[in-house]
Design a protein around this ligand. Structure first.
Ligand code: 4AZ
Length: 308
């Protein structure tokens, strides 16, 4: 291929990506690889993580950046959704009690919760939180991808949950309060249902809009204060896609009581209806510019192959 053709191919590819995503989601630029039983994360490893605070209580929940104006969190973090004035969202935060050079603070203009939400045990535990001022993209502030409805997160898939929540039942995170991460595999719906159903003391129904992650033996889990934060899984192409929102559990890291998360594939329509310009992972580009770019890149690839 001539240099001119190669240049146009690259140009159209980049145009396609930018047209499709605005800011590419699920790609932390600072860390190549990559709570209870977790460890300190690296600065910038989870650039979509936000801290949800109230003026009166300080840290209450986590959340994730999905567009420059919207954060995803849990409904139970916003018991009074019309009272938007009480919450503050911190993006680019790494340490609760340290200096955060890349941090920005945002007020909330709107909180959208699925109709019929009552409490975490009955599902629908998610909140779309619109910011009064947009975040500014940087190496420390990036969006996570959200899954289209058909995206699969099979049992055993290794995923991560992150947050500043308790490090054990009733034990808050101490010291500088570095963002914690822990790897938790997805637990299939049937196994999770079995684990929670067999408890004689407290029976919990695992509904279709819930997804479980953790270990049958316990010891690694999300906990109080991690609520609203993201459960993310790396797809085969390296992109991080959020599978769930920290919702509840029976205590933290107990055997047969894995963490229960709001299943995001159940809410792709709700999310697209609330944020029309959001691009879901696994769904073809919808706008003409993205489509044209994909078409042109395909033609170029075909031409290159034919020239060999
Ligand atoms: C909570 O209280 C909470 N082990 C969050 C997550 C889990 C348990 C409790 C999951 O916010």
């Amino acid at each position: 291929m001539s240099p001119k053709l190669q240049f146009s191919a690259i140009f159209w590819c980049l145009t396609g990506i930018v047209a499709a995503y605005g800011q590419e989601c699920g790609r932390p630029p600072l860390v190549e690889n990559r709570i209870v039983g977790g460890m300190d994360s690296a600065d910038g490893a989870w650039p979509w993580q936000v801290d949800v605070q109230t003026f009166t209580a300080g840290h209450i929940c986590g959340g994730s950046i999905i567009t420059e104006n919207w954060v995803l969190s849990a409904a139970h973090c916003f018991p009074n959704p019309s009272d938007t004035g009480s919450h503050i969202i911190y993006a680019g935060r790494f340490q609760q009690n340290g200096i955060n050079l890349h941090e920005s603070m945002h007020r909330v203009s709107r909180v959208v919760i699925p109709s019929g939400y009552i409490e975490p045990h009955s599902g629908k535990d998610l909140a779309l939180v619109q910011l009064s001022s947009p975040v500014t993209w940087s190496d420390h502030v990036r969006p996570v991808c959200l899954p289209a409805s058909g995206t699969l997160f099979p049992g055993g898939m290794p995923c991560y949950v992150t947050g500043w929540g308790h490090i054990r039942d009733g034990v808050p995170l101490q010291g500088v309060g570095t963002l914690q991460q822990v790897q938790v595999p997805i637990i299939s719906q049937s196994s999770c249902w079995e684990m929670y159903r067999t408890d004689p003391t407290e029976q919990v129904d695992i509904l279709y809009d819930m997804i479980c992650a953790g270990y049958q033996e316990g010891s690694k889990d999300s906990c109080q204060g991690d609520s609203g934060g993201p459960l993310v899984c790396q797809m085969v192409n390296g992109t991080w896609v959020q599978a769930g929102v920290v919702s509840f559990g029976l205590g933290c890291a107990r055997p047969n009581k894995p963490g229960v998360y709001t299943r995001l594939t159940s809410y792709s329509t709700f999310i697209s209806n609330t944020i029309p310009d959001i691009q879901l992972y696994g769904r073809a580009t919808q706008n003409w510019c993205g489509r044209a770019a994909v078409l042109v890149s395909c033609l170029f690839s075909l031409l290159t192959l034919l020239q060999r």
